[in-house]
Design a protein around this ligand. Structure first.
Ligand SMILES: Nc1ncnc2c1ncn2[C@@H]1O[C@H](COP(=O)(O)OP(=O)(O)OP(=O)(O)O)[C@@H](O)[C@H]1O
Ligand SMILES: [Mg+2]
Length: 159
């Protein structure tokens, strides 16, 4: 049987020159998302992860201000499909945390964006619904390289 439910498409590499361009990429990805999807957004401090998520949130109909969650691990935004935004920066490793930690932010009825996903790689993999991985890197000045990898056939023949 040709089962590629967990396969990944080839990464798409785009260079942006402003926050607005990175927001536009987020909006482009948002158009492909469905309830239950999780998008992992990796990259160094200040790379533009929250900027990318902001663009995606706007496109999904979020009208609230989209900023990094500061005092909580995540935020939820009202939108036609609920949107959540998780930042694991302060977490050493999700394995050491309450297993329910992400329950408010990841679920079948919402779309979730996770910054610093490497802090919870294993736990996030167990969720089994990662729709796309995004990596943003500094490329000098306001330039950023944005790599986007979509999960291929994620609800394909095995799903
Ligand atoms: N091409 C670009 N893409 C994204 N952001 C850019 C770009 N050029 C400049 N910026 C600026 O870089 C900053 C990125 O901040 P942002 O909060 O999105 O980063 P982050 O990766 O979420 O940081 P953190 O690791 O602290 O969560 C913003 O001030 C944004 O305006
Ligand atoms: Mg951020």
């Amino acid at each position: 049987m040709n089962c590629r439910a967990h396969g990944e498409a080839a990464p798409r590499l785009v260079q942006t020159s402003s926050g607005a361009e990175t927001e536009a990429l987020g909006a482009e990805l948002a158009a492909k998302l469905k309830p239950g999807d999780v998008v992992l957004v990796a990259g160094e401090l200040g790379a533009g992860k929250t900027t990318f998520v902001r663009g995606a949130c706007r496109a999904l109909g979020v009208t609230d201000r989209v900023t990094s969650p500061t005092f909580t691990i995540g935020q939820r935004y009202a939108a036609p499909v609920g949107v959540s935004h998780v930042d694991l920066f302060r977490i050493a490793g999700l394995e050491d945390e309450d297993p329910d930690l992400l329950d408010d932010y990841v679920g079948a009825d919402m779309i979730a964006f996770v910054e610093w996903p490497e802090r919870g790689q294993q736990a996030l993999a167990w969720l089994g619904r990662v729709a796309a991985r995004v990596r943003i890197e500094h490329a000098g000045g306001d330039r950023r390289t944005v790599e986007m990898t979509a999960a291929a056939n994620r609800r394909g023949s095995c799903g």
